[in-house]
Ligand binder design. Structure first.
Ligand SMILES: Nc1nc2c(c(=O)[nH]1)N=C([C@H](O)[C@H](O)COP(=O)(O)OP(=O)(O)OP(=O)(O)O)CN2
Ligand code: ZN
Length: 142
């Protein structure tokens, strides 16, 4: 939910930035154990991304908020998640969606000279269900 409080990530970086966004997407979990979720259905996903670092760029940004939104929103908004290549071998569960967002964001951050890191991605799939993904910090340059 926009403007809700999120779990805090302990760290010792000088700057921490958070970006909220939401997007509409459809998915299905192609396994009979998933019950009703086998049927295609849609969600408004609420996403929070936490970025940290010690250095700013020449604009005084850790990373541009707009850039973070573009990575996620442009890719997934108004799409069927199952049709994305990253979900061809893994189901688009809330857990996998949060992992994919974390990895895509970190890949983009790795191109920046000031080297910010993605500490946390929160993906809320329904009003009662959300996942927190925290990348292992040794993996940030993988
Ligand atoms: N660990 C996971 N469990 C489930 C996922 C998931 O991604 N990870 N996904 C689903 C379904 O896709 C569903 O959209 C969400 O399920 P749920 O939270 O049970 O939705 P409800 O609105 O029915 O929940 P209420 O408890 O009635 O609010 C299922 N499980
Ligand atoms: Zn669902």
């Amino acid at each position: 939910m926009l403007q809700q409080f999120y779990p805090q990530v302990p760290h010792s970086y000088t700057f921490e930035l958070n970006k909220d966004m939401h997007l509409a997407a459809a998915h299905y979990i192609d396994d009979e154990r998933a019950g009703n979720c086998q049927n295609m259905h849609g969600h408004t996903y609420f996403i929070n991304i936490t970025i940290a670092g010690d250095e700013l760029d020449e604009l005084g940004f850790l990373v541009d908020f707009k850039r973070l939104k573009q990575i996620v929103h442009k890719r997934y908004d108004h799409t069927l998640l199952n049709q994305h290549a990253e979900f061809s071998n893994r189901p688009p569960t809330t857990e996998e969606v949060s992992r994919q967002i974390g990895e895509a964001v970190q890949a983009e951050l790795n191109t920046l000279a000031n080297k910010p890191v993605c500490l946390q991605v929160v993906v809320r799939e329904t009003p009662t269900s959300y996942v927190v993904f925290r990348p292992k910090q040794g993996d940030s340059h993988a």
